[in-house]
Design a protein around this ligand. Structure first.
Ligand code: PMP
Length: 306
C-alpha cells in the first residue's frame, strides 16, 4: 500500500501531495499543526489513536489565532484520520500530522484575505527520545517565545523555529534535549515537550500562564497521577535552580511520551536514572495509550475493524 495523504479535500498518494513555492504558509510560517500518535498493540493486532478529539480541538483553537476557517468539524477530522491510517495500512507506531495553512500563492505578510488549506499525512514513528535510559538535557540559551509575540498555546508552525534553535543547540553541545526558560527566567518546557518535577511526593509543572503549549500528554499524566496513584499536581512557576534539587524530573509529549530527565547541565537529577514515580506513571501511561486499560478506552480510537 503506498502511503497516502489527505490533501485539498481528497486522499491522494503522498508523492502527489505538493504545495507551490509561493504558498503563503511556506513563505511566512502561517500554518498550525498537530502531532497525534497511533499506538500499535501487537498482541491485539490493533492500532489505537490517542485522544484525537483533544488534538483537533487544539487545532481549531490554533486556527482561530491564525484566522483560518476550516470546513471540517472535530468529528470529521477524526474520521479522516482513521481513514488515512487505514488506507496506509501501518502496523507499527504511527504519527499523524494534520496541518491547517494559508494556501494562497501570493506575496504579502498578513493573516487576512487568504484561502485556508488543510492536509494530513501519516508516517511510521518510533521512539523520539530514550524513554528507558532517559534524556540528558541542557537549559537552552534561547528563551521560549513569549505570548505577547506569538500566542504560545497555539501550535503554530512559525513558532517551531524557536524550538529548532534550542534543539540543535542541545544536540551540538552533546545533550539530548533542551529546556526553555520563559522571558522572565522561569522553567517553561522542552523544545517539544512539557516538563514535570517530582518534589516531596507531588508533581510540579509550570502553569499555562508561563508560555507553555498546553500539552495533551501533560493533561493525561496529571489525570493518571491523581486517579491511579493519588498524586497531586501543583501548577506553579518553577525556578531553574529547582531543576537541580528535584527528586525526579520528566518530560511529556505526544512524540516523547513520558521521558525521564536524568541529567541537566551535567548535574544528575535524583540518582541519575529513572525515578520511582516517573517509572510508575510511565508504565501506566503506556498501558493506557496501547488500549490496555478499560477505564480509559474512551481516549483510544481503534483504527482497524475487528
Ligand atoms: N510543548 C511543545 C512546544 C510541543 O511542541 C509539544 C508537542 N505537541 C508539547 C509541549 C507537548 O504537547 P502534547 O502532549 O499535546 O503532544
Amino acid at each position: 500500500m503506498p502511503p497516502y495523504a489527505f490533501f485539498d479535500g481528497k486522499f491522494v498518494p503522498l508523492a502527489k501531495a505538493k504545495v507551490g513555492v509561493m504558498t503563503h504558509a511556506f513563505n511566512y510560517g502561517t500554518a498550525c499543526f498537530e502531532g497525534i500518535r497511533g499506538n500499535w498493540n501487537k498482541e491485539q493486532g490493533q492500532m489505537y489513536i490517542f485522544r484525537m478529539k483533544e488534538h483537533y480541538k487544539r487545532l481549531l483553537e490554533s486556527c482561530e489565532v491564525l484566522k483560518i476557517e476550516l470546513p471540517y468539524s472535530i468529528d470529521e477530522m477524526c474520521s479522516l484520520s482513521l481513514e488515512l491510517v487505514q488506507r496506509c495500512g501501518f502496523r507499527e507506531d504511527t504519527y499523524i500530522r494534520p496541518m491547517a495553512y494559508k494556501k494562497t500563492e501570493q506575496v504579502g505578510v498578513r493573516l487576512h484575505n487568504l484561502e485556508p488549506g488543510f492536509l494530513m499525512f501519516a508516517t511510521p514513528f518510533g521512539a523520539y527520545l530514550d524513554i528507558e535510559k532517559g534524556a540528558r538535557c541542557c537549559i537552552a540559551s534561547w528563551r521560549r517565545v513569549n505570548s505577547s509575540m506569538i500566542p504560545t498555546r497555539a501550535k503554530i508552525n512559525g513558532i517551531y523555529v524557536n524550538s529548532a534553535l534550542a534543539k540543535t543547540e542541545a544536540f551540538e553541545k552533546g545533550f539530548d534535549e533542551a529546556i526553555f526558560l520563559t522571558q522572565d527566567g522561569h522553567v517553561c518546557e522542552g523544545s517539544g515537550e512539557n516538563i514535570f518535577l517530582v518534589i516531596d511526593g507531588k508533581l510540579v509543572t509550570p502553569p499555562v500562564s508561563d508560555d507553555i503549549l498546553i500539552g495533551i500528554t501533560r493533561d493525561t499524566i496529571m489525570k493518571l497521577a491523581k486517579k491511579e496513584f493519588g498524586i497531586d499536581t501543583v501548577e506553579r512557576s518553577i525556578d531553574p535552580n529547582e531543576l537541580f534539587t528535584a527528586d525526579e524530573c520528566f518530560m511529556t509529549g505526544t512524540a516523547a511520551h513520558v521521558t525521564p530527565i536524568i541529567e541537566i547541565d551535567h548535574r544528575k537529577v535524583g540518582k541519575g536514572s529513572i525515578g520511582k514515580t516517573t517509572k510508575q506513571l510511565q508504565a501506566m501511561y503506556f498501558d493506557v495509550i496501547m488500549g490496555k486499560k478499560k477505564k480509559y478506552m474512551s481516549w483510544c480510537a481503534p483504527v482497524y475493524a475487528k
